[in-house]
Design a binder for this molecule. Structure first.
Ligand code: GLN
Ligand code: ZN
Length: 761
């Protein structure tokens, strides 16, 4: 019999119960026992939902209080020394200290999980040696067995991916691996003793480019684990792309199952091509990921079933597990929680809970034949046809506008060297001009007032008036401390993507569509279901108001097309490039309206530009080409004297610096204060000609930097950049900080800029 299997389930709780519990625990208002109970409730609900849906292989150990890579750090005892000497088992305070840092003890680094918007904590391999230091997988297996009345399928991060995702390796990767493997052996033996028949071991790094030396690591690891006497069967799980050149290595490993992603097709050969070309080992189970774990559209059952039928010609159907393409962690819980979505859109959506039904139907089809699920297939085909006919999705003028674009639409009318002269005359800024990235602290008062308005306890007019008082106050204070280019503070925005999505046609926003981003933070990505256009100006009125309060330039503040796309769930019937251009055109109109309203500086943020990079390097250029063009399309419709800024919050852009330059933004601000060395390297290797504000103050910390520190950063930047190019600004927006630390920090920043100017005079 073919089986249905899930690789991982969302774990934040249907109503974000985990967020509330974890944050209350941090605040000291919830005890460890209550936190544990909250976790147990979520796990139980997840298991029961999956059992009720009829899933055969239900995962356990896919839960996490914060992050599954951090859980693996605990499992292997790799707690860096700065967190003190952990006991036999890593305790909860140490766990959260590694996640969030403690006084004078920086947290583990947080970074993107492949090309998703999930972030994991980076293991540090100079801690150690590894040892078994957590009982989490065993405890959760026992708990699942008690709830389900049968064993669940424990999920582990594989040793090689764990190693490759880490940093601070002190010896060869092979040496580190040899230390890790006995810990994994112990874990597998204990899971077998706990009744696990199968263990899913995730090695997503197998879908990336790997050197021969790295491929040897997988061979060593799985030869060792495969030959252990007491172990459960192993499902080696890959996801996010095809195995491509790593295929031969993977099919040769002594494991009982291999899980592949049959949804994501970046470029040939897809995993289906590979199975068709090479067949599949007869002694292994194929985990067939045919429903999408990363996007929210209902599976086209007809085409997913046809993939399964093709696979069943190569693989004994009894050895097929019908799976999502990856963990369902990247999806919201349940479409049925949405009450405000238009029915035509809602019927096309599948969140995690709806994916379960799809898996069960497809599995039944495989076991009982196509005719057994004929009704479902037909209903599905009709649904997709109706959707394609819907007016909601089609807005012909948008398609026509994109089709009619010419090279001139991507270009400003003069080169930077000429524009900057016109801008300097228009803006009359001093050297080392000071500014901020856009948002100011969203105080409890701002949040409470918004909540009141949402609940209808405050009228629109009252809310608007409140936002205006906030803007007036922040303009006044920025003027008072002597900043040069001001911002309106973004008090009206909760999220830099959702704010625009809610105003653009072609987007739907959800009420409960939360997806974990990191730790207790979840985001609600908007859904792009149709052609995107701008029914009305979005920010003009509020920016015009802010500008009316001061003679200094106030920045128009927009989120860029690439970031809006990358942080949304996109439609799949159009290339991403074309969706990006549609968004860019809507923003272009907004940019031109801002300019016409007298706004002299317009910032278009692209913090998600880099994370959109494909997993394999050979695909980078194609992405960067259209991403850069989308930004240029949004930004290039203004006069020379209008200054375009962009902001990106990362500093590792050595490898994409040509693309950054190609954006042709007049000024970029970037994160820097925590990684000054990398920045200096980038600009030593590559002469950057436009203006740039390397962040001089770390907004992720509550610390107030001294004037001297900021001067030192500016001095170092002045060694690789010309002083006339340098702007002075924080690393990122100030939204999550408090006013108590923000204002003194900004005062020091302004003083530092003045000191630099005085030196030049
Ligand atoms: N303008 C945004 C802000 O200041 C930028 C946020 C970001 O880079 N993520 O909040
Ligand atoms: Zn930022």
């Amino acid at each position: 019999m073919a089986k249905s299997s899930v690789l991982g389930y969302p774990r934040i709780g249907k109503r974000r119960e985990l967020k509330r519990a974890v944050e209350a625990y941090w605040a000291g208002t919830l005890g460890a026992a209550e936190l544990a109970a909250a976790g147990r409730d979520i796990r139980r609900a997840n298991w029961e939902t999956q059992r009720a849906a009829g899933i055969d292989l239900i995962p356990c150990n896919d839960f996490s209080y914060y992050d599954q890579v951090l859980d693996t750090v605990c499992l292997t005892g790799l707690v860096p020394a700065r967190f003190g000497q952990p006991g036999d088992v890593v305790d909860l305070p140490t766990y959260f200290a590694m996640a969030r840092g403690a006084t004078d003890t920086p947290a583990l680094e947080l970074t993107k999980w492949f090309d998703t918007n999930y972030h994991y904590l980076v293991p540090e391999f100079d801690a150690g040696p590894p040892r078994l230091a957590s009982t989490k997988p065993f405890d959760e297996l026992a708990e699942a067995t008690a709830v389900l009345g049968r064993a669940a399928k424990p999920v582990l991060i594989g040793p090689v991916s764990f190693l490759l995702l880490g940093k601070h390796h002190t010896r060869s990767l092979a040496d580190h691996l040899r230390d890790l493997l006995p810990v994994y052996a112990e874990v597998l033996a204990r899971l077998a003793a706990g009744g696990a028949e199968w263990v899913q071991i995730d090695e997503p790094t197998l879908v990336q480019d790997r050197t021969p030396e790295e491929l040897a690591l997988y061979r060593e690891a799985y030869t060792y684990l495969g030959n252990l006497p007491d172990r459960p069967r192993l499902m080696l799980q890959t996801y996010f792309e095809a195995l491509d050149g790593n295929w031969d290595t993977v099919v040769g490993l002594p494991v009982e199952g291999i899980g592949l992603d049959f949804v994501r097709e970046v470029r040939p050969p897809t995993n289906l091509d590979l199975v068709n070309r090479h067949g599949f080992p007869a002694d292994k189970v194929l985990g067939a990921g045919v429903v999408n774990g990363r996007n929210i559209w209902r599976t086209n059952l007809v085409s997913a079933f046809s993939t399964l039928e093709q696979l069943a010609q190569r693989v004994d159907p009894d050895r097929i597990w019908v799976q999502p393409s990856c963990s369902l962690l990247h999806l919201p819980y349940d479409v049925d929680l949405e009450t405000a979505l238009a029915p035509e859109i809602k019927q096309l959506l599948a969140f995690a809970e709806q994916r379960l039904e799809e898996l069960v139907v497809l599995t039944r089809g495989l076991n009982e034949g196509r005719s057994a699920i004929q009704d479902a297939l037909e209903a599905d085909a009709a649904l997709f046809q109706a959707a394609l006919d819907s007016d909601r999705i089609h807005h012909a003028p948008t398609r026509q506008r994109v089709a009619a674009l010419t090279e001139r639409d991507f270009q400003r009318s003069a080169p930077f060297a000429e524009r900057i002269t016109a801008q300097q005359e228009h803006l009359r800024l001093p050297r080392y001009p000071t500014t901020t990235i856009g948002s100011f602290p969203q105080t409890p008062e701002v949040r409470a007032t918004r909540a009141k308005w949402r609940k209808g306890h405050l009228s629109d007019a009252e809310y608007q008036a409140f936002i205006r008082t906030q803007i007036a106050e922040v303009i006044r204070r920025q003027e008072a401390i002597g900043l040069d280019v001001l911002v309106h503070g973004e008090f009206e925005r909760t999220d830099m993507v959702e704010y625009f999505a809610a105003q653009l046609a072609g987007f739907a926003v959800t009420e409960h569509g939360w997806v974990q981003s990191y730790g207790s933070r979840a985001v609600r990505p908007p859904i792009i279901y149709g052609n995107v256009y701008r029914p009305a100006p979005m920010t003009v009125e509020i920016i015009r108001y802010a500008q009316s309060l001061t003679d200094k330039p106030v920045k128009g503040m927009l989120t860029g097309p690439v970031t809006i796309l990358n942080w949304s769930f996109p439609r799949e019937d159009l290339p991403r490039r074309e969706i990006a251009f549609q968004i860019a055109l809507a923003l272009r109109d907004e940019v031109q309206d801002l300019e016409a309203a007298g706004i002299r500086v317009i910032q278009i943020d692209e913090p998600a530009l880099r994370e959109g990079l494909p997993l394999r390097r050979e695909d980078w250029q194609e992405y960067l080409d259209w991403a850069v063009r989308a930004f240029r399309l949004a930004s290039s419709g203004v006069a020379d004297r209008t200054q375009i800024h962009s902001h990106m919050c990362y500093s590792e852009f050595n490898d994409i610096i040509d693309a950054i330059e190609a954006l042709d933004a007049d000024v970029i601000s970037i994160e820097n204060s925590r990684s000054n060395a990398e920045l200096l390297q980038a600009f030593t290797d590559h002469r950057y000609s436009r203006h740039i504000g390397p962040g001089v103050y770390d907004v992720h910390s509550a610390r107030v930097p001294s004037t001297a520190e900021i001067v030192a950063l500016l001095e170092r930047a002045s060694q690789v950049l010309d002083p006339s190019q340098i702007w002075v600004n924080p690393d990122c927006g100030l939204k999550t900080r408090g006013n108590a630390e923000v204002w003194p920090s900004l005062e020091h920043m302004v003083e530092a800029a003045r000191a630099m100017r005085a030196r030049m005079a």
